[in-house]
Design a protein around this ligand. Structure first.
Ligand code: SAM
Length: 294
């Protein structure tokens, strides 16, 4: 087996050979610790029947671990400079395809269909994400129609906390709900800054997201549900009622009817948004959606 890219020595050697300078604006913090990479691939539960999508291969540190442990790797890299480096660093692997694209501009469903044909199962996404765009990338991949069964990401610990947060905690908010509605989210382990080159300013963590077979609650109008959840956290110190009225001022005059009706469904509008579970937000949004249509 080849010497790992993810060692300080080999990484420095590659950077020097190609005169590569990190672009901070692209979130370039490369992994230089093979143990962490092994733990990431273990968390992702890969095998030789599984196809993997990687976002931002950099110089290929994670890519080569994915190539060794999965069937095929399709990697999207925005930085054109890396297109001449990756074929060299990954020369030993014939199951990797690199696409020079911004992941946010790619039709991922179309790419999976054309670049990963004859699949026997959904793909898994694994990435050490560029930290300036973690949330938009994750939200893009959540889409129900995508054949993606799990995502394993290295990201800022603070974002990993928010994604995996449970009701009643400070980190719980509309991002937790946006993701947990579709995926089971688990913060797998925390990663020290020392495993990166250059070292980022913040702590990192690995998060594992597994697609749910069924959503955790029945929601009649998904856009309205996410609107309600976002509005309920708009001002965290305010009650659910105050946040709702801020978003829908027309409800203000209906308090006499709404408050007891919602209380009957188990939703006390004097609570704060952060105490509501996803099934409770579903009850709230289904009821209000009905109420506001009348
Ligand atoms: N996977 C490598 C590693 O672990 O060492 C590099 C990870 S580095 C944190 C993030 C990578 O994502 C960089 O190579 C960067 O150029 C790339 N990148 C940044 N924005 C991107 C985007 N919108 N689409 C695709 N790749 C992107």
């Amino acid at each position: 087996m080849n010497k790992d890219i993810a060692t300080p020595g080999r990484t420095k050697e590659i950077l020097k050979k190609y005169d590569f300078l990190f672009k901070k604006s692209l979130g370039q913090n490369f992994l230089i610790d093979s143990n962490i990479l092994r733990r990431i691939t273990e968390t992702a539960e890969l095998d030789k029947d599984t196809d993997v999508i990687e976002i931002g291969p950099g110089i290929g540190a994670l890519t080569e671990h994915l190539a060794r442990t999965s069937k095929r790797v399709l990697a999207f890299e925005i930085d054109q400079r890396l297109m001449s480096i990756l074929p060299d660093t990954l020369a030993a692997y014939d199951n990797v395809e690199i696409v020079n694209e911004d992941i946010l501009k790619v039709d991922v469903g179309e790419m999976i269909a054309t670049k990963l044909p004859n699949r026997e199962q959904p793909v898994k996404v694994v990435a050490n994400l560029p930290y300036y765009v973690t949330t938009p990338i994750i939200l893009q991949l959540l889409h129900e129609d995508l054949p993606v069964s799990s995502m394993t990401f290295m990201l800022q610990k603070e974002v990993a906390d928010r994604i995996s947060a449970k009701p009643g905690t400070k980190a719980y908010g509309s991002l937790s709900i946006a993701i947990q509605y579709y995926m089971e989210a688990e913060l797998s382990f925390i990663v020290p800054k020392t495993v990166f080159m250059p070292q980022p300013n913040v702590d990192s963590a690995i998060i594992h997201l597994k697609r749910r077979q069924e959503p955790p609650a029945e929601v009649n109008n998904i856009d309205f549900f996410f609107d309600i959840t976002r509005s309920s956290f708009a001002q965290r110190r305010k009650t659910l009622w105050n946040n709702l009225v801020n978003r829908f001022p027309e409800l203000k005059a209906k308090k006499e009817t709404l408050e007891p009706a919602l209380a009957e469904l188990g939703i006390d509008v004097k609570r704060r948004g952060e105490t509501l579970t996803i099934p409770e937000f579903a009850i709230l949004s289904n009821f209000l959606d009905d109420f506001m249509r009348k």
